[in-house]
Design a protein around this ligand. Structure first.
Ligand code: URA
Length: 225
């Protein structure tokens, strides 16, 4: 256990972490992630933990959302209040594992819209293949938060954000539960202007492009396939 903690610290200290890559350091995230990773954790608990961890990451990822000021009346006096333009926020889960993160986002921002990007890794080439794309209009006026639990090679997340930028999107953020160093570097080299929030930076990818130690296949574990 101590060895693992030291290894994690070593990875973080010896890695050049780009400015737009944010590892959210929080005791509850560490605790919940450890249960999430465990081989014996079943789908129901896996889904609940994914929701809870997503909310904790979202809390950090949304801290700089644009605010407008307004006047509010308390029982004592009139004072200044703030509003986030909630219906301009679009959550974009990358199908299928990203779907598991939607509830966690909507629990914080119930008026958020939801778009969908269907991308999967070709098992032979490991490249992202796009099979579904449904995003609200006027992308240039929206704040997008792209969701995928695993940033492995980074290819899927990079391609999804490329598509959003093609539509004119300018304000894009992203949340992943577990990231690999390879995914981090690829992502940050391609999208320096997109802030990405993650619960942990793992050790590496294996020869099948799974994150090590990771948690296995997030989609399979969410949906019991
Ligand atoms: N996708 C997953 O679900 N798990 C990994 O480890 C990598 C990609």
């Amino acid at each position: 256990m101590i060895l693992h903690a030291l290894k994690e610290r070593w990875i973080n200290l010896n890695m050049n972490i780009p400015d737009n890559f944010h590892i959210v350091d929080h005791a509850l995230i560490k605790h919940k992630l450890s249960i999430l990773r465990h081989i014996k954790t079943k789908s129901k608990e896996f889904r609940e933990l994914t929701t809870e961890i997503t909310s904790l990451l979202a809390y950090q990822a949304t801290k700089n959302l644009a605010l407008s000021s307004c006047e509010i009346e308390t029982p004592i006096t009139v004072t200044k209040g703030y509003k986030v333009k909630l219906d301009n926020i679009v959550f974009v889960p990358i199908l299928r594992a990203g779907l598991g993160m939607i509830e966690g986002m909507l629990s914080l921002i119930p008026n958020g819209r939801v778009g969908y990007i269907g991308m999967e890794r070709d098992h032979n080439t490991h490249k992202p293949v796009d099979y579904y794309f449904k995003i609200p209009k006027q992308a240039d006026q929206k704040t997008f938060i792209v969701l995928d639990p695993m940033l492995a090679t980074g290819g899927t997340m990079i391609a999804a954000i490329d598509r959003l930028k093609d539509l004119g999107a300018k304000d894009i953020h992203s949340i992943c539960i577990i990231s690999s160093p390879e995914g981090m570097n690829q992502f940050c080299n391609n999208h320096r202007d997109v802030n990405i929030y993650t619960g942990v930076l793992d050790e590496k990818l294996n020869e099948n492009k799974y994150i090590v130690p990771g948690l296995g296949d997030a989609g399979d574990r969410l949906y019991g396939t």
